[in-house]
Design a protein around this ligand. Sequence first.
Ligand SMILES: NC(=O)c1ccc[n+]([C@@H]2O[C@H](COP(=O)([O-])OP(=O)(O)OC[C@H]3O[C@@H](n4cnc5c(N)ncnc54)[C@H](O)[C@@H]3O)[C@@H](O)[C@H]2O)c1
Length: 387
Amino acid sequence: MRDIGVAVLGTGFMGRVHVEALRRAGVGVRGALGSSAEKSRAFAERHGLAQGYRDFDAVLADREVHAVHVGTPNRLHFAQVRAALEAGKHVLCEKPLALNAEESARLVELATKRPRQAAGVNYNLRYYPLCLEARARVRAGELGRVFHVAGSYVQDWLLRESDYNWRVLEGEGGALRAVADIGTHWLDLAHAVTGLEVEAVCADLATVHPARRRPRCEVETFQGKGRQVTETEPVEITTDDYGAILLRFAGGARGSLWVSQVTAGRKNALRLELAGSRRALAWESERPNELWLGERDGPNGLLLKDPSLLGEYARRAADNPGGHNEGYADTFKQLFRDFYGYIAAGNFDAPPPYPTFADGHREMRLCEAVLDSHRRGGWVTLKGAHA
Ligand SMILES: NC(=O)c1ccc[n+]([C@@H]2O[C@H](COP(=O)([O-])OP(=O)(O)OC[C@H]3O[C@@H](n4cnc5c(N)ncnc54)[C@H](O)[C@@H]3O)[C@@H](O)[C@H]2O)c1
């Protein structure tokens, strides 16, 4: 995998995490592109990369770049992914894949025409060892028939009206924010664990701050917290700070998801709970090394992440012994291993083990249905589904 050269687009939160995780996965990072040549150079220097690119054309023209990681604001994803695929590169795009389902459908089509180029979306949370274990257990029938899938994804970094990042603007991040930004992580995880397809949604969204104060300088993700910004201007906000969504899955299971980016004290709290006919199961991102198993006729169980206690499917993503915790950054490393392992194996007829553009498109279709449901005030069936 060392022969594969990667360029990372975006030098913010994700740019940093991707570079570190690529290296830990044993993949060569060739260079990075920021919003200016100067930012690219500074980032390349800080991270010891050979190239801090002048512009995106320089990335595309670099023959040593075989794969491009897109970690820029959402509005740039479509054009950057399309150009990278057309230049013959493999592409791993951050979530959400695009601004809307029309764009993501076009990217799926383009990727399908280029079967020898890997095209993935970075739904990394699937790669927590205990999420993989949950998946293996659910798919093996250990829960019995799954009745309902419930949970939440809650943060506090956009609590105040002075909290700002490009995401809060519809033109930068898309019409949906909390739902697209963190809700789709939950929806992807629920799908990866259960295999259940959402058929219909009923959503209620709220914008807690219809106006925010935009700093006159750039504020990268989470950087507004703890930083004093004095020069600001008012900006109108139409995207959701909060959302509640009821879900109906094919086959009859029900679900509910609650998302918020304005809940004080919840830093990055994803919770997924499944109720089945034999037992229940729950996992939380802020205690990621514990999997709760709910029993009706005996003591409940708490499975700790320890490779010796996991099945084969999850063990591959548990690099550290029990008690030596695996965390957020490790999920990127594991996803990248799957992505580049697939490329290195060269068998592009095999089903990809990582989240694909089809998964990214599923999430965009769900977002579209959520927005439609909120605006209509009722249930919306996903196109192509027969609820
Ligand atoms: N998988 C995850 O857990 C996860 C977490 C956070 C963000 N994300 C996704 O990653 C993407 C980036 O989010 P972030 O949180 O890193 O944002 P960020 O604001 O921290 O960083 C974005 C960076 O992109 C740079 N940029 C802007 N225009 C550019 C251009 N034309 N070319 C190159 N760089 C440019 C900005 O200067 C900034 O450094 C988003 O799509 C977001 O949804 C995913």
